[in-house]
Design a protein around this ligand. Sequence first.
Ligand code: GRG
Length: 299
Amino acid sequence: MQDTPTLALTFLEGCQAQVDTELERLLSDSPAPSLRLQEAMSYSLLGGGKRIRPALCLAAAQAMGQDAGKALVPACAVEAIHAYSLVHDDLPAMDDDDLRRGRATVHIAFDEATAILAGDALQTCAFGWLAEAPGLSDATRLRMVSELARASGQAGMVGGQAIDLASVGKSLTIDALETMHRHKTGALIEASVRLGAMTADPASADQLERLTDYARALGLAFQVQDDLLDIEGDTEIIGKPQGSDLARDKPTYPALLGIDGARAHLTTLLHRALEQLDGFGADADPLRAIANYIVVRSH
Ligand code: GRG
């Protein structure tokens, strides 16, 4: 039997290949009349990325005993929302980043207006794809559209981004930090798992609740690890001592809890996530493996 990191990597690589092929198909199915816009959308959507959210969607379908193929288009829809959020997050009016995934961000490689439009179009693609996702009943597709809208809009990711922008330079309590992350990154991670689970029609309320709690803990764990990796990245790249970004003007877990405290919190969150999978059997092994991978990942 494969060990957990190997199982996670094998599963993630399989998902990446499947999702990339499907994203390419979906994008080329309804091309933009502007080649520049189409290229910017492809650049953002097909330019790498770990595909963790689609993998969670496929793994959740499998945990519910479903054919993961039914979750493929929902998985692509979640990734399109993720891609749009990164394009807009990198814009000068937001984080003003020139680099993502080791290459120029969309507004640098193209221009700002094209990046805004590419993000807008990727967002609408997500809902169009979901509305026509094969192998699901109309009622399930409608529930999925509603779920993804709630998770990505003002009550979810966009709301979290607004809290984030407002909190620059302020000191936050750990509760306020968690509220921000639950919305900004957690809501989409939760939706990834819930959409996968909803391919079981009807999904049992108890199982859906347990998978939601798994995703909630995992979403926070993802963010804690992201904060820890940022510190390690600073140390490797510019030789700053560990913890030197505690003084950054963005609130982070290590800034609030210290590096050891953040690591301990990460372990607690991982256990909380894994506990929710008790009773799901071997079908939930990919979900277990992804959780373990998220806390040991190096990028
Ligand atoms: C602009 C509406 C709007 C929302 C932006 C999610 C988000 C909200 C911004 C992303 C900014 C960011 C770097 C957040 C930290 C955690 C995170 C979501 C990292 C990127 O996700 P990965 O690691 O990225 O899954 P890849 O490149 O693997 O797809």
